[in-house]
Design a protein. Structure first.
Length: 145
């Protein structure tokens, strides 16, 4: 019963405190050349980052592997594609999104298949991210408290 109550409290936990705010999230713009996106990815040390438009709406995710795949020719890398192609040409638009007011339970379920979730508002404006790491850390705190 105590365990049940504990779990119920956990599943109703507010997501807001776990969100890494937009200002701290490395991201790129739709029209940035792939070269710029690769630089941001390498400098930030992340393998996948969000793609936004100038009004900060979320459009997709870009990764090292998507960029490398898009510049791969038949026998060698076609390096000129790094400046000829833009992020929107190669980004992944299938993005796991969550609203700030969604339940912890939904975040936990989505995080099974995604290392991070993008947090947006009703206008699809990007607010930040929720990482699997922070979700699991909260679960661990609950289980050990
Ligand atoms: P972590 O749990 O810190 O390893 O983060 C998981 C994933 O979330 C990373 O591989 C990145 O794709 C993304 N991520 C975490 N923090 C940031 C950040 N500050 N800016 C951009 N992406 C991030």
């Amino acid at each position: 019963m105590v365990q049940h109550l504990k779990n119920k409290t956990l599943m109703e936990e507010e997501l807001s405190s776990l969100i890494i705010p937009m200002e701290k999230v490395a991201h790129v713009q739709l029209k940035n050349p792939l070269e710029h996106a690769l630089l941001v990815l390498i400098k930030s040390g992340y393998t996948v980052i969000p793609v936004l438009d100038p009004s900060l709406k979320l459009h997709g995710m870009i990764s090292h592997s998507l960029i490398l795949d898009s510049i791969l020719g038949v026998e060698q890398f076609e390096m000129e594609r790094l400046s000829n192609q833009i992020v929107s040409d190669v980004m992944n638009t299938d993005v796991p999104v969550i609203k700030r007011e969604d339940t912890f339970s939904r975040a936990l379920n989505l995080s099974i298949n995604h290392p991070f979730l993008c947090v947006v508002n009703d206008k699809n404006e990007f607010l930040g991210i929720l990482t699997r790491r922070s979700i699991l850390a909260l679960v661990s705190r609950f289980l050990h408290s």
